[in-house]
Design a protein around this ligand. Structure first.
Ligand code: AMP
Ligand code: MG
Length: 320
């Protein structure tokens, strides 16, 4: 199990002098390589690289998600209109693949004011980046294959090309075997209780998929069986969740029902609902992989803040 980072270790992360360390520069080199590997693969597969949106009327409610722990939501007024800072581009991704290119990805900065209790988990930041993608008409299985390739190729490339950096970080990085194992959330919960994510992460050698997790309205749920066609990718060695994704809801009535069930305001998802009502919202599947969490794992770092030159650790606002 990964131990929590001490307050002393965390305060040293926020010093800008850390940028001079050879360790920080090795992490940044590895991150550059991994971003190149992943974006090259996606571009070769015909994905369009879209630039991010930061301020919008509509963003991910993040609610209800088992991992929800938001302390504050940022809303500002611009041009007389209230907008929110981006928590995830899920709504934008759905609309884009419905009306425009059918395969897209974004390196999307997300602002989530996580509870300050998460300062020492080693996994949480209040600003982070997702490699967020969506594909029209894709299914869960397509996403498994795609992300298995992205993860495996990235690791293979780092092992091949970044030997001195891995050595400097004392990281013995294992090349995972694909396909990854798939578990259902309920079976893990039965076996390990509510800490199933941590347990399965601690005992696995390779990343594993977990499916059927009750959460936000936009993930597809079969109303007859109750099953959610969504998934998380859990990293081994105690590093935990690195990706969440799903096949998506596209039917107007179902979306309406779920918004009501979750106590969300229709008005916040007006465009999505309008498109669904006109049957213009395409079925799709997608996922977002947390870049800093993935790099933390590849580099074998204790705290995710070590990935960032300017750490965004919950509860700690640095000078820069
Ligand atoms: P979500 O859809 O909310 O699960 O977010 C997608 C991915 O972004 C997660 O699987 C994580 O890898 C990453 N992520 C989510 N929240 C945070 C956070 N507070 N700090 C760092 N990475 C995060
Ligand atoms: Mg998640």
């Amino acid at each position: 199990m990964k131990s929590q980072t001490s307050l002393y270790e965390i305060s040293s992360l926020t010093s800008v002098m850390r940028i001079r360390d050879s360790k920080t520069s090795a992490v940044l080199k590895i991150q550059s390589r991994v971003l190149k590997t992943m974006t090259d693969i996606l571009l070769a597969k015909g994905f369009q690289w879209v630039l991010p949106v930061i301020l919008a009327k509509s963003t991910d409610p993040l609610w209800p998600d088992p991992g929800y722990s938001i302390e504050d939501r940022i809303e500002v007024e611009i041009y007389g209109t209230r907008v929110k800072t981006m928590q995830s581009m899920i709504v934008h991704k759905r609309i884009l693949v419905s009306l425009g290119p059918e395969k897209i990805f974004i390196l999307s900065p997300n602002i989530r004011i996580e509870s300050r209790k998460r300062m020492t988990t080693g996994k949480h930041l209040y600003e982070f980046t997702q490699l967020d993608l969506e594909v029209a008409y894709a299914k869960m299985k397509d996403m498994f294959t795609l992300f298995e390739e992205l993860v495996k190729e990235s690791i293979e490339d780092v092992r091949r090309e970044m030997h001195p950096e891995l050595e400097l970080l004392s990281r013995d990085l294992r090349i995972p075997t694909v396909p990854f194992k798939v578990y259902k959330r309920a079976e893990l919960e039965k076996e390990y209780g509510e800490d199933w994510e941590e347990e399965i992460s601690n005992i696995s050698k390779d990343p594993v998929w977990v499916t059927d997790i009750p959460r936000q309205f936009y993930d597809f749920q079969d109303f007859e069986t109750g099953e959610w066609r969504n998934y998380d990718l859990i990293l081994p060695e105690g590093y935990g969740e690195v990706l969440s994704g799903a096949e998506r809801e596209y039917e107007y009535e179902k979306i309406l029902k779920k918004l009501e069930r979750d106590g969300l305001r229709r008005d916040d998802y007006k465009l999505l609902l309008d498109l669904a009502e006109k049957k213009l919202l395409k079925p799709s599947a997608g996922a977002g992989i947390g870049v800093e969490r993935f790099i933390r794992y590849i580099c074998g770092l204790k705290h995710i803040g070590e990935v960032q030159p300017f750490p965004r650790i919950p509860g700690l606002v640095p000078e820069l």
